[in-house]
Write a protein that binds this ligand. Structure first.
Ligand code: SAH
Ligand code: SF4
Length: 410
């Protein structure tokens, strides 16, 4: 029996993928560019191009920013203090709508997963599907966002790694995941707090963002950077940069840069303590080995005991879970202000690994604890809806037959 409380399939028939016969997007079925998630400077440029006078641009962009990120409007006509002509001009050329939510799943533990279909962009054969997960706790809520459709890296224990890379998400599409989540959990100042004991009872509904969904964020550097800067913008979503964490499998040449340019927190998918094992589990290790990776962590901008690097370590039975491995882990991380997250392996259909025995995870954790690291085991959330770490995988392919045939749509 499924443990899923409620699986709501929404709008299932409403957006039949409209494949052009020749397999190419035609200008007529490309979506208008979305203003939500565009850098502020781009928005200002757009206003200038629409004829807004130099001295009014700052004020107009501030008003629009407020409507988009504080009020969460999805219709230009709701921007009441923006004159009608400008609203109309923007509406002809741009969109502020949300992507379609194809499916919403709610776990017994309150975790929510949304499958969204992004509007078609130039070159898209279909509207690509992306997953995003919300993990609520009593006083905080974490949103796990995707940065790519699929992933080019093929870590052998990760479900997303089995999916072909389709394309990078734009900063608009990354921010859209936050906006959809806010819509679905009622996280706008104008809305009353939803009466649901699984949702945070105090504090911000989405207090933390982690780039731990589909994709390798540092392979999509510019868009990921722009999206972080929008999340942290004090006149909009206004999240503390210390509550935005980027997880990377170890794209070392961009680690320092993302720290310099965004001030976000860093998480490293470590998963092994020697190069031989890591070469297999996280193949990018062949390009950037453990020594190079740990050096980049040691030098991460702003790293300190108050701003530690998180090391994620998936517990794989008989692969990386021995006591000797635990001891080596502690030795390797010496001198780096670090947190360690032991992640019980989350299985997925066809995966060739097993999760370590619970007893073994505890023994491993004890070694880590004794070395001074607190509560390192991460309890899996949302496993029943395949929303846990590494279980995400959308159906998006580079090309595929539409799931719903034309004519079936209601
Ligand atoms: N590509 C980035 C971010 C996405 S993966 C990265 O690799 O860091 C988010 C985290 O989930 C990573 O630490 C990843 O190694 C881990 N993960 C992947 N598959 C998993 C699985 N099946 N069980 C547990 N954790 C997994
Ligand atoms: Fe990609 Fe991260 Fe999965 Fe590796 S663990 S395949 S980098 S999403």
């Amino acid at each position: 029996m499924s443990h899923t409380l409620d699986i709501a399939k929404i709008n299932q028939n409403s957006a039949t993928p409209d494949l052009a016969q020749d397999g190419l997007t035609t200008p007529s079925d490309e979506a208008l560019p979305n203003l939500v998630g565009m850098p502020r400077e781009t928005l200002k440029q757009i206003l200038a191009d629409l004829g807004v006078k130099d001295k009014a641009i700052k004020m107009r962009s501030a008003q629009i920013w407020h409507w988009l990120y504080i009020a969460g409007v999805t219709d230009f006509n709701d921007m009441l203090n923006v004159n009608k002509d400008l609203r109309n001009m923007m509406a002809e050329r741009y969109s502020i709508e949300r992507p379609e939510v194809v499916e919403e799943q709610i776990s017994v533990d309150g975790t929510r997963k949304w499958l969204m279909r992004m509007p078609k962009q130039k070159g898209d054969l279909v509207g690509h599907e992306v997953e995003c997960v919300y993990i609520p706790e009593q006083t905080r809520g974490t949103l796990c966002v995707s940065s790519q459709v699929g992933c080019t890296l093929s870590c052998t224990f990760c479900h997303t790694g089995t999916q072909r890379m389709v394309r990078n998400l734009t900063s608009e599409e990354i921010i859209a995941q936050i906006m959809v989540a806010r819509d679905r959990i009622g996280d706008w100042p104008s809305m009353d707090r939803v009466n649901d004991s699984n949702l945070p009872q105090t504090g911000r509904m989405i207090s933390n963002i982690v780039y731990m969904g589909m994709g390798e964020p540092l392979y999509n550097y510019e868009h990921v950077k722009n999206a972080i800067n929008i999340m942290a913008d004090g006149d909009g979503i206004s999240l503390s940069r210390r509550r935005i964490t980027l997880s990377t499998s170890g794209v070392v040449n961009f680690i320092d840069k993302i720290g310099e340019e965004t001030g976000c927190m860093l998480a490293i998918s470590l998963h092994a303590v020697d190069d031989d094992v890591r070469d297999v589990l996280v193949p990018i290790n062949k390009k950037f080995n453990l020594e190079t990776l740990l050096e980049a962590c040691r030098n991460y901008p702003g790293v300190s005991n108050a701003r530690r690097v998180t090391f994620e370590y998936v517990m794989l039975k008989d692969i990386n879970d021995s006591i000797a491995d635990a001891k080596k882990l502690v030795t390797l991380l010496k001198g780096i202000p670090a947190k360690i997250n032991l992640i019980p392996f989350n299985p997925w259909p066809g995966s060739e690994y097993e999760c370590s025995e619970w007893e073994q995870i505890e023994k491993f954790a004890e070694v880590i604890n004794r070395a001074g690291y607190a509560s390192p085991i991460r309890t899996p959330r949302g496993r029943d809806i395949m929303a846990a770490c590494g279980q995400l995988k959308s159906e998006s392919k580079i090309s595929r037959k539409p799931r719903i045939q034309k004519g079936d749509a209601t």
